[in-house]
Design a protein around this ligand. Sequence first.
Ligand code: C5J
Length: 220
Amino acid sequence: MGRVPARPFDLDLDPGRTALIVIDMQRDFLEPGGFGESLGNDVTHLQAIVPATQRLIAGFRSAGLPVIHTRECHQPDLSDCPPAKRLRGAPGLRIGDDGPMGRILIAGEPGAEIVPELFPIEGEIVVDKPGKGAFHATDLGEHLARLGISQLVFAGVTTEVCVQTTMREANDRGFECLIAEDATASYFPDFKKTAIDMMTAQGAIVGWAAPVDAILEGLG
Ligand code: C5J
């Protein structure tokens, strides 16, 4: 058991029950020329967390702990994309439309792939998710049960959308959730800060927050 100095109070992590979930570090969200940038977003906020996320992943890998990656994407026939989600986008920039890196948020297209710096290695679980939360309509829960995981460390993008949604899903399912605050980002820095403040408020109502180095020391 390792103690992590975290907000709002220290968290004891049991390496035998802990996994890392890296949310949606996909080319279309992070890379210049991708879907995220085509919507007018400043992708430098997301690119800035790549080194810290690499360190976090490397620490989990060298400790032999599970690293799970997610990708927000849909089947090519859009059968898993509710019309209400698809129609939310502007015409021409909707899920399934031809985007700068292939069809937008479609499994198998270049833009839906994880950025090369953080690419999964052989044996790591990759969960394709049609929703913002990684538990909805996926087998993530079954993977975690099989691995005996009850504590989750979160990294990835965007803090206030897919990361926060998944943390809330996990919290309601009984997992203790810790977000690596320098390995998560939003296109809107204020939203990142507010999302983490909301989740750690009221005695860690959704979970805890700590920097990557503190998490790795705690696990060490
Ligand atoms: C994620 C999004 N990954 N913002 N997606 O947060 O649509």
